[in-house]
Write a protein that binds this ligand. Structure first.
Ligand code: MOS
Length: 728
């Protein structure tokens, strides 16, 4: 089916006691906690696996001048040392993924200059340190803040231009009675997913098989086909379990390309994992940003002008910019609105998508600027947002599919006790702590991607579903099980969900908050096809009920198993995005409320409690959705208070390239956090009437924390993260 029309009443609406939406425990939970879920690096088959180890460049730009691999080759267990001199010839770069060991050029710190292959990991690692590389370095230009004047307008993206303008934001700002003009900066960030990138690659009769950690296997297949100059049908990617991605696994990385090349050369299966340190330089990160915001308002708090200009950086030649101002295009009603992105070319590793690319850091700026405007207006910041709620998208000038920001603000304010907030900063003390409350809105785009799915009912009455979808810790296995369970009238233990294999039907994979809606809709469609086949086989009408493994109509009742017969019965389905996304502005919405305490002597900031209230269409599993939202909020707390990659501009390298020094929140940093979803159905989004939730939680979360810090202290910190040195 395709999304060219709003969805009418569906079987999901009519099954009133269904399992979709229920807080079903993760179906893959037991295998994960018992260690039987196999991640990419854990496969022990096929036999005779060799181990690869990436040797990283220690300059940011230049050329390899001397290269001596003799000592490494002579070490115990070493099977081969691949360099640009002997690596197989490859194809061309695709979607930010480069051929490896292709020449003597170095374009970023950490780029692979060699790959050692040995009988054991330890032997490969030891030999990697014996590869002697001499460099002819070029001058390095790596810091965004030194390159703002050189930044240029990047290429528009398909759905998202670099710049937009409605009305005349500058003129309206000049004549606005109340103004805020501020600059916010966000640092380099990195995904810090739990599982480092890893691949097991081997070749069988001309086919390349990769067990790898990848969010979008079909995309990975196409990218590797380009990079390795192969037909994509000769590449199989298996990613059954992925230990977090956050965007860093949207594409294959050097572990996959090098393992494939090495396996070809040594004619053995090759496993290659990036070390945690290598993940920082050899995969993706999020650019730092400089964001300049101008808000103009009437004295009663109505926005007359919004301008959001953002600068980010990327490796020389890259066009991917951090779309920080994109969210501002649809956030609040105003007749004059301008957004602009500029991109600086730098000698750094590749910047790319990281959880809620754009919104996550854009809202750290715009939602604090809104707090500053509320302060200037002497208006409650919840009320300011309510007053500027939009009835249509102010940039695209089309209706919203749904927009429930105001109900989220009101509900959250009530639950959180917002009415007890003291507007004057520093007005609440608790011993050595000064305590403050902050609010911010949440908004995240809701895309839909093409996807297919397959379902089969076997002679035992068990349904098996398949798609090249992934579960990156998000709950895909569980919600897909629920969808099939409900539509086919089977208990969830009678549904087997198989994912993460390009031998299965093409799917969206996990990214951009589109996974559940896209893969879920495809499976929904496949299950509708299956229902029709079963009804035809049973000779029953649409009015029959599917329940407990049986179809019943009147006094007739048959089991699915008997209808499936000895050979089983199969059905295919799929979803196409259609035109609804062009006709309706689609976002999920929410509101964050945070309470912080700031130590008056040391400036230490502690989060005390936090609440997120969201709307995201139909919620497919109350438990996994809440976990997703809370995870996103914690990510936002990290962005506000701790996370920053420190660049050494002399070497284009990230200094704190480990999890000891790249500070993500730990349990001790996170007190009681709650997330609530208000009921909503979006009949313009997809047949499930759901919207994406994976990235909603992070959007605005950090701004609520920063606004709470201001309310606690009266110190407005506009440079993230908000560390204690900046408070004092
Ligand atoms: Mo996401 S940044 O599309 O994993």
């Amino acid at each position: 089916m395709d999304m060219t029309h709003p969805v009418g009443t569906t079987p999901l609406d009519t099954i009133t006691d269904g399992i979709v939406g229920k807080p079903l425990d993760r179906v893959d939970g037991p295998s994960k906690v018992t260690g039987t879920a196999t991640y990419a690096y854990e496969y022990r088959e096929p036999e005779n696996i060799a181990y690869g180890y990436l040797v990283p460049a220690s300059i940011a730009r230049g050329r390899i001048a001397t290269l001596d691999t003799a000592a490494a080759e002579a070490m115990p267990g070493v099977v081969a040392v691949l360099t640009y001199r002997n690596a197989p010839k490859q194809g061309s770069a695709s979607q930010q993924v480069e051929p490896q060991l292709a020449s003597d050029r170095i374009d970023h710190y950490g780029q692979a200059v060699a790959c050692v292959v040995a009988d054991s990991f330890e032997q490969a690692r030891a030999a990697a340190y014996a590869v002697a590389v001499g460099y002819a370095p070029d001058p390095v230009n790596a810091a965004l803040d030194a390159n703002l004047d050189r930044a240029v307008k990047p290429k528009d993206r398909g759905t998202s231009p670099a710049d937009t303008s409605v009305g005349d934001a500058d003129a309206a700002f000049a004549s606005a009675p109340v103004k805020v003009e501020v600059q916010y900066t966000t640092p380099l960030q990195t995904h810090a997913m739990m599982e480092p990138h890893a691949t097991l690659a081997y070749w069988r009769r001309g086919q390349l098989i990769l067990f790898t950690a990848n969010q979008m296997p079909n995309r990975g297949q196409a990218i590797l086909a380009s990079v390795l100059n192969m037909n994509k049908d000769n590449i199989r990617i298996v990613s059954r379990y992925v230990g977090g991605g956050f965007g860093a696994k949207l594409t294959p990385h050097p572990d996959a390309v090098l393992a494939a090349l090495a396996s070809k050369v040594v004619d053995r299966p090759v496993k290659l994992a990036l070390t945690r340190q290598q993940v920082f330089h050899s995969t993706f990160h999020r650019s730092d940003t400089v964001q300049r915001i101008r808000l103009g308002a009437t004295r009663d708090g109505r926005l007359v002008s919004v301008a959001h200009r953002s600068w980010s950086g990327n490796q020389v030649g890259e066009q991917n910019f951090e779309a920080a101002a994109e969210v501002t295009r649809s956030l609040y009603a105003t007749p004059n609105i301008l957004t602009q992105h500029r991109l600086a070319e730098l000698d750094i590793p590749t910047a790319s998508a990281m959880r809620a690319p754009g919104e996550a850091v854009g809202m750290l700026a715009i939602e604090c600027a809104m707090d500053e405007l509320a302060e200037a207006l002497k208006l409650d910041p919840v009320e300011l947002r309510i007053r500027n709620d939009a009835s249509q998208d102010p940039t695209k000038l089309i209706p919203y599919s749904t927009r429930a920001m105001v109900p989220c603000l009101r509900h959250g304010a009530e639950m959180f006790g917002w009415d007890k907030r003291v507007a004057t900063p520093g007005g609440v003390r608790d011993g050595q702590w000064t305590v403050g409350l902050g609010v911010a809105a949440a908004s995240r785009g809701n895309p839909l991607q093409p996807a297919k799915a397959w379902v089969r009912i076997g002679p035992d009455g068990i349904a098996t579903t398949r798609a090249a979808m992934t579960d990156i810790g998000t709950g895909s296995y569980t919600i897909l099980t629920q969808i099939a369970s409900e539509l086919l009238g089977l208990p969830p233990e009678m549904v087997r969900t198989e994912l993460g294999d390009t031998d299965f039907p093409m799917s969206s994979g996990s990214g951009g908050s589109f996974g559940a809606g896209s893969a879920g809709s495809a499976l929904y469609d496949a299950c509708l096809v299956m229902r029709r086949k079963l009804l035809a086989a049973a000779g029953m009408s649409d009015g029959a009920t599917f329940r407990d493994g049986r179809i019943t109509e009147g006094n007739r009742s048959v089991t699915l198993a008997s209808l499936a017969g000895p050979s089983g019965i199969e059905a295919d389905g799929g979803i196409e995005p259609g035109t609804m996304h062009k006709l309706y502005s689609q976002q999920s919405y929410g509101a964050h409320f945070a309470e912080v305490g700031v130590d008056m002597d040391t400036g230490e900031i502690r989060l005390r409690r936090m609440l997120g209230v969201f709307t995201a269409g139909r919620i497919l599993n109350a438990k996994t959705a809440r976990s997703q939202a809370i995870g996103g909020m914690i990510f936002g707390v990290g962005a506000a208070l701790t996370e920053a990659v420190a660049l050494d501009p002399r070497f284009g390298m990230f200094v704190n390239h480990n999890l000891a020094e790249y500070h993500v929140p730990v349990h001790a940093d996170i007190p009681a956090i709650d997330a609530v979803f208000l009921p909503e159905l979006d009949d313009k989004s997809n047949p499930l009437k759901s919207k994406g939730i994976g990235e909603l939680g992070i959007c605005g979360a950090g701004a609520a924390v920063a606004n709470a810090v201001y309310n606690a202290t009266g110190v407005r910190i506009r440079d993230y993260p908000l560390t204690l040195d900046k408070v004092l």
